[in-house]
Design a protein around this ligand. Structure first.
Ligand code: LIP
Length: 330
């Protein structure tokens, strides 16, 4: 049995993790310049199929992060996307465990599309407790600690509160108060979805049918305002926390894609759940974290006496009545 990390320890780890994300961000930018200048596919490789990409920079960034963490926190466990893919698969324990995606949005990274980030999450006592997501292309850094709120730091003006915020100063998430933003139904929502890397005919048919029902006019669909595919699970979740997306749904991504985002979204009043059959109570259990089915809904104002949680559960039910489940590919 290990004792839980204290709030003071978590703040110290947050400082370390933020510096580490910035350092990794510099290497991601260096990698992007090298890859965009290369004439052929060069260092871009494939994992399970031709759309599941990895570059030498995914591996280099993960090495840098793993080594720095091992020096600073030698007793913490580490799960990284690239070492996991190549066979290191430690079981989850009560000990503090970092979940790291060195470059989330590798496809964007390879194409020079500026939605890629490093995502560093920390789980303690099997619960996500800290997250840092940094997009070095847009200089947007999201961070959160369980019980202490979540924040966006950026030099890019992103909008929205109507109050003056100094550029680069932390802005508390969500940027616009959830209390002003009810969700009467899925109609009118902006929903993030992803095509993912499972391209079997059956998976794509189920996804396409689901996307079609979300977009179509009644009676065949619910007529959401639109669907978005940012191409990075972590940045999708960060945008839900920010309030720029109403929700994000994906089946098939992994704990390192979502761990940091879960903390940031929850601290912004967001709701996280797993598959349709998961109890939709907003508690992120180990089986939700590792279950590879994720639905995240932004902070929402209740309607006529409804609590915020009840409003989010209502939207989750409507969502799962609209889309199809998709079997996991591994
Ligand atoms: C990717 C995600 C993307 C998702 C893919 C994959 P990678 O991570 O963030 O949103 O659709 O399935 O997991 O491979 O770029 O680190």
């Amino acid at each position: 049995m290990t004792s839980p990390l204290t709030p003071t320890e978590l703040q110290e780890i947050l400082g370390f993790t933020t510096d580490l994300a910035r350092k990794a961000g510099a290497l991601i930018l260096e990698g992007s310049h090298a890859i965009q200048r290369a004439s052929g596919p060069g260092s871009v490789g494939e994992k399970k199929n031709a759309v599941d990409l990895v570059t030498e920079y995914d591996v280099k960034v993960e090495e840098l992060v793993r080594n720095d963490i091992a020096r600073a926190y030698p007793r913490f466990h580490f799960v990284g996307e690239e070492s996991y893919s190549s066979g290191t698969r430690p079981p989850l324990t009560d000990s503090p465990t970092f979940f790291v995606d060195p470059i989330d949005g590798t496809t964007n990274f390879v194409h020079g599309h500026p939605y890629a980030c490093i995502s560093i999450g920390l789980v303690d006592q099997r619960i996500p407790v800290l997250g840092v997501i940094y997009n070095p292309f847009l200089e947007q850094l999201y961070r959160g600690v369980r019980g202490a709120g979540s924040f966006l730091h950026t030099h890019t003006p992103v909008l929205v509160t109507g109050t003056d915020t100094e550029l680069g100063a932390p802005q508390r998430l969500p940027l616009a108060p959830a209390s002003a933003r009810p969700l009467p139904s899925l109609a009118g929502t902006l929903i993030a979805v992803e095509w993912g890397s499972d391209r079997t005919q059956e998976a794509i048919r189920r996804k396409a049918d689901s996307f079609s029902r979300l977009a179509a006019a009644p009676p065949n669909g619910v007529m959401a305002h639109s669907l978005r595919s940012v191409g990075s699970a972590a940045l999708n979740i960060a945008l839900v926390a920010q309030g720029a997306l109403d929700m994000y749904w994906e089946i098939g991504c992994w704990p390192w894609d979502v761990c940091a985002g879960i903390v940031i979204a929850q601290e912004a009043g967001g709701f996280v759940t797993g598959s349709k059959d998961t109890p939709h109570d907003g508690v992120v259990t180990e089986s939700i974290l590792t279950g590879r089915r994720y639905l995240i809904i932004r902070g929402v104002a209740g309607i006529s006496g409804e609590s915020s949680l009840d409003a989010q559960r209502r939207i989750a039910r409507e969502f799962y009545d609209t889309v199809e489940d998709i079997p996991l590919d591994e």
